[in-house]
Write a protein of this length. Structure first.
Length: 160
């Protein structure tokens, strides 16, 4: 990726941003941490930050499926640690906007708050937007307007 994007005439790597929600939020954090030279800003929406705490915090009835889909913390802990954005989060160099629903049963608010607190503790530029009346998405019209206005404003500020 670090060789491909700079060679692509369609991509201005001096003004590139990355955004994703849910698994895409996880990938946003992974990309911002593992390839910090490519991104000038990043927006994580509901993305798992630490796969071990993520797996621990999901509802009990979901754990068997997620153990198959993501990895079993009992047998795959090293893999989950290596694949967690948390492992490489100190390498993030771009401003980050984190968006989270307070009532999210999949990626609980504490997961995103852990990310924000760790990055702020490292002196990183992080904005945190929590919707008290949303879950694992932003569904209410007023919240959607506020959310996407904030994303546009964030990217306008950091990618201009």
């Amino acid at each position: 990726m670090t060789e491909v994007l700079p060679q692509d005439d369609r991509v201005d790597v001096a003004r590139a941003g990355v955004v994703g929600r849910s698994y895409g939020g996880y990938m946003t954090l992974t990309l911002a941490a593992r390839h910090p030279e490519l991104w000038r800003a990043a927006v994580d929406m509901f993305g798992p930050y630490d796969l071990l705490t993520f797996m621990d915090r999901i509802p009990e009835t979901w754990k068997p499926y997620f153990a198959l889909a993501v990895g079993d913390p009992a047998t795959d802990a090293d893999f989950l640690v290596e694949r967690s954005p948390r492992t490489h989060i100190g390498d993030v160099s771009c401003p980050l906007l984190v968006i989270q629903g307070q009532n999210d049963p999949r990626v609980v608010e504490r997961e995103s708050r852990d990310l924000v607190e760790e990055l702020r503790g490292l002196g990183q530029d992080v904005d945190y937007l929590v919707f008290d009346d949303e879950g694992h998405d932003v569904l209410k019209l007023g919240n959607r307007v506020r959310c996407y206005d904030r994303i546009v404003g964030f990217f306008s500020q950091h990618l201009s």
